[in-house]
Structures are given as C-alpha cells and as structure tokens.
Design a protein around this ligand. Structure first.
Ligand SMILES: C[S@@+](CC[C@H](N)C(=O)[O-])C[C@H]1O[C@@H](n2cnc3c(N)ncnc32)[C@H](O)[C@@H]1O
Length: 332
C-alpha cells in the first residue's frame, strides 16, 4: 500500500469513531501477550491500583516514560497541575519497579513558555527517592522557530537511578568513527594517542545524541496516526544500556509502542499502557506485525489499513470506511 497515512488520531474525532470498534482494549483492560513476554494496558498512569495490577509482579528494572508535555489526558493544564499529575505516576513507578532500577523521562522545555515543564519537573524529582544521573539531549533533524531565535531542535531526556542498577557502557558506542586524534598521554613510559587507548574506534554517544534519525513516513518503523513517535534507535540504546536480557521494562505512555517493540527486539519483557484505546490497539498491532513480517511499522501504510483501505483517496472530509466484516482477531 502506498502513501496511505492516517492523520494524528488524538484530534480526529471522526476517524476515532470509525476506529473504536476495532480496539480490543477498553479502559481498565489488559492484553496479555500469547507468547508470554509482554503486557499492554489501557489505563491511566496516575491510577495506582491499575498500575499495581499491570506492573507490580513483573518488577521492571527499567522505566522509560514519555508523557504528554502540557496535557493531562488531552486537556491543557497549568504547570502546577501538570507537575502534581507527574508526581503521581512517578510514585507509581517508584512503588512498582525493582529496588535497583533506572528511570528515564522524556520531557519538553518550551522556549516560548519559560522552558516548561522541564524545570518544575526537575524540582519535583528532587523530593523523589532517585539519584539524578544524566541530562541527555537528542538532536532532531527538523526544528521549529522563527528567524529571530535559535531553532528548537532538541529533545530532553532525564536519567535517574534508584539503588544500583546495571549500566552497560558498550551500549553507548555509536556508529560514528572517531576522527579527532592528538590526545596524547604516557602509559607505561610510552607516549600513546587516544585511539590506541580507547575501547572502540567509534565515539560514545555521551549526553548529546546526534546520531538518531527522527521518524518520517519513508521509514519502515513509521506508525502513521501517531504524533509523538520516538525512534527505535534511541529506545534500544536506553534498553541496552540500562537493562539485561530477560529483564522487564515499563512504559506508562505507550502511544506507538516504541518501547514495546524495542524490548521485543532486544529480548526484554515490556509492560506498557496508554489511556487511549486506539493507541493501545496500535501497540498490539505493531507487535503482531513485527512478529509476522519483521516490519517495525507501516511505511506508507497504517495500522488499520485492512479495515480502512481507501483512506488516502478520501483523506478526512467525506471519508468512507470500508469496514471488513471479520473481527480483528482474524485479520492478524
Ligand atoms: C508523547 S506520547 C508517547 C510517545 C511514545 N514514547 C512513542 O514513542 O510512541 C504520550 C502518550 O501518552 C498517552 N497518555 C496521555 N495521558 C495519559 C495517562 N494519564 N496515562 C497513560 N497514558 C496517557 C497519550 O495517549 C499518548 O499516546
């Protein structure tokens, strides 16, 4: 299927209505992976009882969260309300992850609004039982801004730890060869150059990641309908660095299922949830498609293309769904 994208689904009520009958999970439901590795919920990250049911017995050693930055379940909130909401799902994370665990949180810093919510979130985290470890910036290829300010091209990622979790430094090496030489040091009476001393010919990612391609429709991993999809490469880097094979990873804001798919690829278990039944369904479909075909997403297509095959021609207005008269289970 060529050039058949879905628009962003969170603010397309007409399309949401059409997709609703194909969603396996309703609020409060959990999908247990028939292969026994993952769990996908449709629930509110701030709901302690639901998070306990979903996560507690899996004891994740790694949490990767990517909350909506200024919205709480689709409504605009003040920064104070937003941070209080964050405190709740952070507490749910703390309570249900392993004693030795890592926590990564993606968060925006709006340069048109006092760099919020990043600074207030960081202050809130000072009261939580974590050690702040790193403040990572990932560089986007596309930016936004005016001619009168520096273009915004960064995404912020905070890294915290609780106890003494693993850190596999090998995961930090990029595909970028070292090109600068000349950092000499004497080792055992011999003058050595930095390349001779280093573990790898490639550079470490450090806390500024410049080697990650943003997702766009030409990429195999593209999941159209998703508006905030993280590239698999950055999630795989986090998982490889901060967990071991067989460990469980938790993500309270599943969306396109990037953490789920990266966990599947790297032999980890994943527990993830999204408050929106459509994104929870997309996650299940993305995993099923990957297992069936090896594809990481839907280049030029979309997760509901079997039920809504002619979406591109109608593109929104006057849109006609060609619903297929078989239950979704039979389609995969
Ligand atoms: C920024 S996106 C996450 C993107 C994800 N990391 C990815 O790569 O696809 C945030 C997601 O959180 C979901 N969400 C919003 N409020 C939520 C809540 N209270 N509990 C759980 N999920 C929520 C939204 O539906 C949205 O899919």
């Amino acid at each position: 299927m060529k050039n058949n994208p879905l628009p962003r689904l969170d603010n397309s009520p007409e399309i949401r209505e059409l997709l609703a009958p194909f969603c396996r999970l309703q609020p409060g439901d959990v999908w247990d992976d028939p292969e026994g590795r993952h769990r996908i919920g449709c629930s509110d990250a701030a709901d302690r009882d639901r998070m306990r049911e979903l996560v507690a017995h899996t004891k994740p050693t790694l949490a990767i969260h990517d909350p909506p930055y200024n919205l709480v379940a689709f409504d605009l909130r003040s920064i104070g309300e937003f941070v209080e909401w964050c405190r709740k799902w952070i507490q749910n994370t703390t309570e249900f992850i392993a004693p030795d665990a890592s926590l990564y949180v993606w968060l925006g810093a709006d340069q048109n609004d006092g760099f919020q919510p990043l600074p207030d979130f960081m202050l809130m985290m000072r009261d939580q039982p974590y050690k702040a470890r790193s403040f990572i910036t990932m560089r986007n290829q596309r930016g936004y801004g005016t001619q009168k300010n520096w273009m915004a091209v960064r995404q912020e990622l905070l890294y915290y730890t609780k106890g003494s979790p693993v850190f596999n430094v090998d995961a930090e090496y990029t595909d970028i060869p070292k090109i600068l030489r000349g950092y000499y040091k004497e080792v055992n009476g011999q003058k050595t150059e930095n390349l001779e001393r280093s573990k790898s010919e490639n550079i470490r990612a450090g806390n500024v990641w410049v080697d990650i391609q943003q997702v766009f429709y030409r990429m195999d991993e593209n999941v159209s309908g998703c508006y905030a999809q993280k590239p698999l490469k950055c999630i795989e880097r986090i998982i490889a660095a901060s967990s071991n094979p067989g460990d469980a990873v938790v993500d309270f804001f599943a969306h396109s299922g990037a953490t789920l798919l990266a966990a599947e690829k790297l032999g980890r278990r994943c527990v993830t949830t999204d408050i929106d039944p459509i994104y929870a369904e997309i996650c299940i479909r993305r995993l099923e498609r990957y297992r069936r075909s090896g594809h990481e997403g839907w280049q030029n297509g979309h997760p509901f293309e079997l039920e809504l095959p002619s979406f591109a021609e109608s593109s929104g207005a006057g849109f006609v769904a060609h619903e297929v008269a078989v239950p979704h289970k039979l389609l995969f």
